[in-house]
Unconditional design. Structure first.
Length: 521
């Protein structure tokens, strides 16, 4: 549906707001708020209505809601003072009062027409690229232990599709939230904004495996392609390539021939090692200290079995650095271990995005920021849909002072994986980008969302502390600082000045001044 008002167009099918022909950067909740007001412009919308519609009844503070309303007004050239489009009705709510014309949207094109411009300022990928979700393949084997095998098949297909630049692939963490559930195709399309769904099943019996897969066009609900594969386990990686090739050729045959060779990655020599890596990934994505430790133990076992398995080294290094960044391990002791693992991964497979992401994290933590950005960019060239690398890349851009680019990268991470255990981190990085840009109200709003998702996230508490301090909300800043001290007992001005990888003295001084205003001594 297209809503035309003033000089703006809100496109619900593409999740885009445009001023004339230019896209306007809005975060998802602000977009949903605008959409709800437009759809219910014939009545006054209460604040409770917005909380139910946009936040699904989740708790949200009045200040956060006010921030989203202000952002919605700003996005369409309105303000709380003029209220020419969104009017506040005292003690009742809001109403969209501008003149609106409504049209049905044209069907989304099925062919990619522009693969060079792969993002917008708000983190939404242009919808000219097909958007795909690969649902967890169902294990229909008699042995429940084969669940990991089915998950591994799914993981590898997501990875292979993600390397193709003309697709946008919903990240693994979001697709796996649907594991074990039956979701109508229309609901998936609405929740994730996808054009295609890949689903299937796996039956493993001894050394024999049967994999069924199908591709569904959500616009029509029809099956574009379906196939069943009966193979010996030794050829399971070839089956994954066949499935990936079939999906690609069904959607984009013209581009497939030119790019398919770039989708391949070196498979392990041993299926047991592969199985351990798949189990480790399952643990890593849960984002807890114990699961992170277990993931590393599984990866070390995989490397013992197959020392040349590049992905095992790459995921191990990423897991080590991620744990250190969250305070689960000493960063000085972790860096040499992670750098050794990352370089082993690159030696084994120079096209492994996990390896480049891990090495970039090491370089970031050791103040080699320019080299770090280069490695993150390589990781994203190899897998443009790698949401974790997008968020790390955004953080590195923040410390280089390039906050607008950082904000765009963080919002791409949020868009790539709308339902993700790492989502708090993506929002925290977006919040920090806004702080660097001196947009304190937006930084506060994003930091609160990060903390709502993960109350122990030190990055979220840091940004809430400094943004509130600079915004003059000293009570909020003092309260946030108290929570930060619980999450990071060693926080101090000296630590801030010396431990974080600032590229510009002005950004460091800005951060220190904000902490001083919040009461840190």
């Amino acid at each position: 549906m297209l809503f035309f008002f003033d000089n703006y167009t809100l496109d619900t099918d593409r999740s885009e707001l445009r001023r004339g022909t230019d896209r306007v950067a809005v975060e998802p909740q602000v977009f949903d708020l605008l959409r709800y007001l437009l759809e219910h412009r014939d009545r006054i919308v209460s604040r409770d209505d917005l909380i139910v519609a946009v936040w699904k009844r989740r708790a949200i503070s009045d200040s956060a809601l006010d921030s989203r309303i202000n952002a919605a007004r700003k996005a369409i050239g309105d303000s709380g003072k003029s209220q020419k489009l969104i009017r506040t009705i005292v003690r009742k709510g809001l109403r969209f009062v501008g003149a609106v014309r409504v049209e049905a949207a044209a069907p989304a094109p099925s062919q990619a027409v522009d693969v060079t411009h792969n993002s917008t300022g708000d983190g939404h990928a242009p919808h000219e690229r097909p958007i795909i979700v690969v649902l967890p393949f169902t294990n229909i084997s008699a042995n429940p232990e084969d669940e990991f095998f089915a998950d591994g098949i799914t993981e590898d297909i997501i990875t292979a599709l993600s390397r193709l630049r003309w697709f946008m692939v919903i990240a693994r963490n979001s697709s796996f939230t649907y594991k074990g559930t039956t979701v109508p195709i229309a609901e998936l399309a609405r929740d994730l904004g996808v054009d295609y769904v890949v689903e299937g099943s796996v039956r493993k019996d001894g050394n024999h495996v049967r994999i069924s897969a199908q591709l569904i066009d959500v616009t029509t609900g029809s099956h574009v392609w379906a196939e069943r594969y009966d193979r010996e386990l030794a050829s399971v990686f070839a089956v994954q390539d066949e499935i990936t090739a079939a999906v690609v050729t069904s959607i984009e045959p013209q581009l497939y021939a030119a790019e398919h060779l770039h989708t391949r990655r070196k498979p392990p020599d041993n299926l047991d090692a592969w199985g351990l890596v798949m189990r480790a990934l399952s643990c890593f994505w849960r984002v807890t200290r114990d699961d992170n430790r277990l993931a590393q133990a599984l990866l070390e076992r995989a490397i013992e079995i197959d020392p040349g398995y590049g992905q095992a080294h790459g995921v191990l290094a990423t897991s080590q650095m991620f744990g250190a960044h969250l305070g689960w391990a000493d960063i000085a002791a972790t860096v040499p271990l992670a750098e050794r693992a990352a370089r082993a991964a690159l030696q084994a497979d120079s096209e492994d995005p996990w390896a480049h992401n891990a090495l970039a994290s090491v370089l970031f933590s050791t103040r080699r920021l320019d080299d770090s950005l280069g490695e993150f960019e390589l990781a994203l060239q190899l897998n443009p849909n790698f949401s974790l690398a997008q968020s790390y890349y955004a953080l590195a851009l923040c410390y280089c002072g390039r906050w607008r680019e950082a904000d765009a990268a963080a919002r791409r991470a949020i868009r790539l994986s709308p339902r993700d255990p790492f989502s708090a981190i993506y929002h925290g990085v977006a919040a920090y980008a806004q702080f660097v840009g001196r947009n304190y109200d937006e930084a506060i709003s994003l930091a609160r969302e990060a903390i709502r998702q993960r109350s122990d996230f030190v990055g979220g508490w840091r940004v809430l502390t400094v943004s509130s301090g600079m915004a003059g909300q000293l009570d909020v800043a003092a309260s946030a600082l108290e929570e930060l001290r619980r999450a990071q007992p060693g926080i101090s001005l000296d630590w801030i000045a010396n431990a974080l990888p600032w590229k510009q003295d002005a950004d460091r001084d800005h951060y220190l001044e904000a902490f001083r205003r919040a009461g840190l001594r």
